[in-house]
Design a protein around this ligand. Structure first.
Ligand SMILES: NC(=O)c1ccc[n+]([C@@H]2O[C@H](COP(=O)([O-])OP(=O)(O)OC[C@H]3O[C@@H](n4cnc5c(N)ncnc54)[C@H](O)[C@@H]3O)[C@@H](O)[C@H]2O)c1
Length: 380
């Protein structure tokens, strides 16, 4: 870390959808109120000239390159955000660590369980600060569900349901991309794409699946290739993972859903926890709304209008609505704060161990689906 106000100097490898989203977070870092760490985007690597051109408008960027080794050689870069296809995660993440840099990795943290374990082990050996991306829990609704769960107000937990749903793949004419092919997305398919967002909160609350019965679906097996032809589309589209988590000595049903074909759901992340005394429900479908259940003389679901109550305060008015760029900025703030030893008891990014656990779950899900039985998580 450089001097001054603890400036975190960032390099991005992969300037596509998420690389540019990260640039936007650094570009409005100043909205964070009284935040101990400054962030500056210094260097970007992508293979596509037009994307490198896009980054020329970011005044702090001093290095644009098509060779990630060149970015990693830069002495000006402290932290690297890597947002590339899943088949490149392991090599790129290990290159980052070998260059002595710190890492915010994109999910799923390697293409499969072995890759995730290799990355986690290298991270531990390096002593570098490594976390993995998952931003939705940083929304006020997600945080309120977490606080309610931690308070014990739910009584004995009856069931948990978390999910992340997309719907654009319902269109059979949507062209294929690397996320729809096993060689680049991974055997785990939609679980690798959407799963980290689903498991982050349950894992952090200590709700770890013991075993899983998985229902996996491949719905469209080919798609237009975008060049006038047809290409195979061989990844799992939808995954329903029926699991049991051990909570206070009781096994509790926990259903985890990841879907690319969920009718009408553009980008819906949700969590619902039901207990004997209380419950909570939040979905990005209704981003201002928190539902809280209370069992009193009467049983009541209260609907609460949320504002802009973020973990890391900002200059944004308290009644305004947060969205995707806001939770993404909060996730980066959590990374910066934790790296600087200033997270305190606030919610942090996915740890390497949690990322490995997610892969243990997804590997067990593949086994369960193949054998049509219940698989033990973490046995492989
Ligand atoms: N956190 C989230 O909400 C979220 C959302 C979408 C994707 N992701 C994850 O982010 C990662 C990237 O996804 P995306 O949607 O941004 O993909 P994308 O295809 O939009 O971008 C990937 C970029 O990587 C570049 N690239 C490929 N090989 C490279 C190389 N050798 N060196 C440098 N750059 C290279 C490509 O040119 C492309 O611009 C994936 O791990 C994905 O799962 C996360």
């Amino acid at each position: 870390m450089s001097n001054a106000k603890q400036t975190m100097r960032v390099g991005i490898i992969g300037g596509g959808l998420m690389g540019r989203e990260a640039a936007s977070a650094f570009g409005r870092w100043f909205v964070l109120d009284n935040f101990p760490v400054q962030a500056e985007l210094i260097a970007v690597c992508d293979l596509q000239e037009k994307l490198l051109d896009w980054f020329r408008q970011v005044p702090t960027v001093r290095l644009l390159t098509k060779d990630h080794h060149e970015l990693l050689r830069s002495r000006e870069v402290d932290v690297v955000y890597v947002a590339v296809p899943h088949n490149l995660h392991e090599k790129m993440y290990l290159d980052v660590l070998n260059a002595g840099k710190e890492l915010l990795a994109e999910k799923p943290f390697g293409i499969d369980l072995q890759a995730a374990r290799n990355i986690r082990n290298a991270a531990v050996k390096s002593g570098r600060f490594v976390r993995c991306s998952s931003e939705f829990p940083f929304l006020p609704g997600g945080q309120r569900v977490i606080q309610a769960a931690q308070s014990g107000q739910f009584g004995r937990i009856l069931e948990i349901r978390c999910g992340f749903w997309h719907s654009s793949d319902l269109d059979p004419n949507k062209p294929v991309n690397w996320k729809r092919q096993t060689k680049t997305c991974g055997e785990i398919g939609v679980m690798g794409d959407l799963g980290m967002h689903v498991v982050h909160v349950p894992f952090r609350l200590g709700w770890k699946p013991l075993r899983v019965y998985a229902q996996l679906q491949k719905i469209y097996t080919q798609r237009p290739d975008g060049k006038g032809g047809i290409a195979p589309c061989d990844t799992w589209d939808n995954a329903m993972l029926h699991t049991e988590a051990l909570i206070n000595g009781e096994e509790v049903p926990m259903r985890l859903e990841m879907k690319r074909l969920a009718p009408g759901e553009t980008n819906t992340w949700f969590i619902e926890v039901l207990g004997t005394d209380g419950g909570a429900r939040f979905s990005t479908k209704e981003p201002k709304t928190l539902w809280l259940f209370e069992r009193g003389q009467e049983q009541v679901w209260q609907r609460i209008d949320l504002g802009y109550q973020m973990i890391f305060p900002t200059i944004t008015g308290g009644v305004f609505e947060p969205g995707f760029p806001d939770c993404f900025l909060q996730m980066w703030a959590a990374y910066g704060a934790e790296r600087a030893g200033q997270l305190g008891n606030r919610f942090g990014c996915v740890t390497p161990d949690e990322a490995v656990l997610s892969h243990e779950l997804f590997a067990a899900a593949l086994e369960s689906h193949a054998k049509k039985n219940i698989a033990v998580v973490g046995s492989g």
